[in-house]
Ligand binder design. Structure first.
Ligand code: SAH
Ligand code: AVI
Length: 336
């Protein structure tokens, strides 16, 4: 006789989620704040923007008229996803910094139509997003397995599950631009180690263009990006018992022509001292002093190619939107 043990619901059987944060994220925030707010030029890494509220604000940014990258990348994907599916024959899609996976559906549709899609592996530091997207995608794509990895892609790439067949590793949205040039190449090298001989990296990069267009994309008229920027102070208040008043800071977004990257900063409107109780730390800001919260590098074809080759990757396809604002590159490990 067959066992009558209760079976898990179908959707639950299709989902596996591993979390690698277990307090490590709190430690990483504490270290980043200790390190970044005690320097002569204050700085915090951008990954701390993305608590649940930050993730929602980022989704709103993606809908803004000034923020063209999401629209352009979606347009390229819509135009070329079938070709990418045929060329890669991928049975699985691994996505680094997956967020709400809204553009990802274009790729999943193409892989599904090609009849190869088996598994999606979202990797993101925001737990709620990995869990929610696993639930919605298994409901939207019958038969799809989702193996979510909640973790920091800079520290937990070795926890990406082993490939079940040819795969696409997607790194969309231009998030690679949020690394400084040295760590960007180091990170790309780590991604390249993740790729087997049948695998491809699909990466989105925002391109160098008129600084006015760039600055408007990071300083929108509705003030959503300003709220996203200030959100990092709310994260510090909640997670480290700090007492920042986000309204004490102006949002600043400017294009650094020398480095060809956008910098987002928070500029103190007055002299102030903030207390970070969780770290027993007092932080002094002069009036007008700035805290850099993000860089968002913009690329030329040469810069993308140079970074890929330095990481042991070779370009297979360079895809842009009709206005040449954004690029998607398909690359694979350089054959020896
Ligand atoms: N790929 C999506 C989201 C981009 S926003 C898109 O193209 O629209 C950047 C995403 O990366 C967020 O979901 C954020 O939570 C995630 N992220 C940022 N730094 C991260 C890190 N160090 N490790 C894992 N995820 C990270
Ligand atoms: C996620 N990342 C690629 C975005 C960017 O454009 O650098 C984050 C962002 N910051 C302000 N607006 C959007």
């Amino acid at each position: 006789m067959e066992s009558s043990a209760p079976q898990p619901p179908l959707a639950a059987a299709a989902i596996q989620i591993d979390s690698h944060l277990d307090g490590a994220e709190a430690r990483s925030l504490a270290e980043d704040v200790l390190d970044g707010l005690t320097r002569p030029f204050k700085e915090l890494p951008p990954k701390h923007f993305y608590d649940a509220r930050g993730a929602q604000l980022f989704d709103q940014i993606c809908e803004l008229p000034e923020y063209y990258p999401t629209r352009c990348e979606r347009a390229i994907l819509s135009e070329r996803a079938d070709e990418l599916a045929a060329l890669t024959g991928a049975v699985e899609l691994v996505e680094l910094g997956s967020g709400t996976a809204s553009k990802t559906r274009v790729l999943l549709d193409a892989l599904s139509a090609a009849g190869t899609l088996e598994r999606y592996v979202p990797v993101d530091v925001t737990e709620s997003m990995v869990r929610e997207c696993a639930e919605t995608l298994t409901a939207e794509y019958p038969g799809l397995q989702v193996h979510g990895v909640i973790g920091d892609f800079e520290r937990h790439l070795d926890h990406v599950p082993p490939a079940i067949g040819p795969r696409i590793v997607a790194f969309l949205g231009g998030t690679i631009g949020n690394f400084t040039p040295g760590s960007r190449r180091r990170f790309l090298r780590e991604i390249s180690r993740l790729l087997g001989p049948e695998d491809f990296l699909l990466m989105g990069t925002d391109l160098v263009k008129d600084p006015r267009v760039l600055e408007a994309a990071y300083d929108d008229s509705q003030g959503v990006t300003a709220e996203f920027n200030r959100n990092v102070l709310r994260v510090l208040n909640r997670e480290l018992q700090a007492d920042f008043d986000p309204e004490d800071f102006d949002h600043v977004a400017l294009f650094n022509e020398q480095h060809e990257w956008i910098e987002m900063r928070l500029r103190a409107k007055r002299e102030l001292i903030a207390t970070v109780r969780g770290l027993d730390l007092c932080v002094h800001f002069r009036a007008g002093e700035e805290l850099r919260t993000e860089i968002s590098a913009k690329f030329t074809p040469e810069r993308v190619d140079g970074d890929l080759s330095a990481a042991g990757l070779e370009l297979v396809h360079w895809l842009t939107d009709p206005d040449g604002l954004f690029a998607l590159t398909l690359s694979r490990r350089t054959s020896r």
